[in-house]
Write a protein that binds this ligand. Structure first.
Ligand code: NDP
Length: 246
C-alpha cells in the first residue's frame, strides 16, 4: 500500500535532520526522491543508499540554496533524471539566533537567501513542470507565530514570510490543482536544535507536551500532505509543535 508510488519528489536540505527523515519517508511511500545538500557529501551518500535499498530511485544533488542558479539547476536535474516533479519539499534552512545589536547584514542576507528566496525560486522552477495533483510543502517554524526568546527575530521573520507566500501562491496554483502548505514544527531534535542544554531546557518549558519532537513525526505530516488524501488542504500553516504556540 504505497501512497506515493510513481511520484517524483525533490527535498531541499535532505542530508541531515528533518530533511533526511522526509527523504526516507517519501521513499518508503514509494516515491523516487531527489534531494539537495551543501556541506555533507558523505551523509548525502548514506541517505541516497538508504533510499535505493527501498527499491526506488535516489538522486543526491550538491546545490547551495543561497545561490538561485543552483536551486533552479537542482529542480531541472530532478525533472531530467526522474522524468518530472510531483512533490517539492522546501526544507533547507538556517537559524542564526543573534541579538539585534550584533546581527550582521551578511547574516541577514544569508538567512533570507536560504530560508525565503530559495523557496520562491525552487517553487517557481518546479511549478513549470508540475501537473494537476502537484504538491509544494515548506518547512516553516512555530516561531512564525511565537518567539518566546531573544535573538530569534530575523529567523522568525524569515519563517513568517513563508506564511504570506503559501497563502498567496495557493491562489495562483489552486486552479491547476496544485496545493501549497507550510508545516510549522516546534523544537525537533536535530543538529540545528539539540535536545539538551540551557536553550533546550528553556524551550521545553514552553511546550504543552514536555519533550522535543522527532524528525519522523514531522516527516509523517509531510508524507500525509504529499498524498492524495490531503488534496483539499492548501494555503495552510500547519503546526506540529507540541503545543509550543498554544
Ligand atoms: P539541520 O541543520 O539539522 O539540517 C539542515 C539541512 O539543510 C542539512 O541537510 C543541510 O545540508 C541543509 N542545508 C543547510 N543549508 C543549506 C543550503 N544553503 N543549501 C542546501 N542545503 C542546506 O536542520 P533541521 O533539520 O533542524 O531543520 C530543517 C528545517 O526545519 C529548517 O528549515 C529549519 O528552519 C526548520 N525547523 C527546524 C526546527 C528544529 O527544531 N530543528 C524547528 C522548526 C523549523 P548539509 O548537511 O550539507 O549542511
Amino acid at each position: 500500500n504505497y501512497t506515493l508510488k510513481n511520484k517524483r519528489a525533490l527535498v531541499t536540505g535532505g542530508s541531515r535532520g528533518i530533511g533526511a527523515a522526509i527523504v526516507k519517508r517519501l521513499a518508503t511511500e514509494g516515491a523516487d526522491v531527489a534531494f539537495t545538500y551543501t556541506n555533507s557529501p558523505d551523509r548525502a551518500k548514506e541517505i541516497a543508499e538508504a533510499v535505493q535499498a527501498l527499491g526506488v530511485q535516489a538522486l543526491d544533488i550538491q546545490a547551495n540554496s543561497a545561490e538561485a542558479s543552483e536551486v533552479v539547476a537542482a529542480v531541472e536535474q530532478t525533472v531530467e533524471k526522474l522524468g518530472g516533479i510531483d512533490i517539492l519539499v522546501n526544507n533547507a534552512g538556517v537559524a542564526q539566533l543573534t541579538p539585534i545589536e550584533d546581527f550582521t547584514l551578511a547574516d541577514f542576507d544569508r538567512t533570507f537567501a536560504i530560508n525565503v528566496r530559495a523557496v520562491f525560486v525552487a517553487t517557481q522552477a518546479a511549478v513549470k513542470h508540475m501537473q494537476e495533483g502537484g504538491r509544494i510543502i515548506n518547512i516553516g517554524s512555530t516561531n512564525a507565530e511565537r518567539v518566546p526568546f531573544a535573538g530569534g527575530s530575523v529567523y522568525a521573520m524569515s519563517k513568517s514570510a513563508l506564511q504570506g507566500l503559501v497563502q498567496g501562491l495557493a491562489r495562483d496554483l489552486g486552479p491547476r490543482g496544485i496545493t501549497i502548505n507550510n508545516v510549522q514544527p516546534g523544537p525537533i531534535a536535530t543538529d540545528m536544535n539539540p535536545p539538551e542544554g540551557e536553550f533546550a531546557e528553556m524551550l521545553k518549558k514552553q511546550l504543552a507536551l514536555p519533550r522535543y519532537g522527532t524528525v519522523e513525526e514531522v516527516a509523517g505530516m509531510v508524507a500525509y500532505l504529499a498524498g492524495s488524501e490531503a488534496a483539499y488542504i492548501t494555503g495552510a500553516n500547519l503546526m506540529i509543535d507540541g503545543g509550543f504556540s498554544a
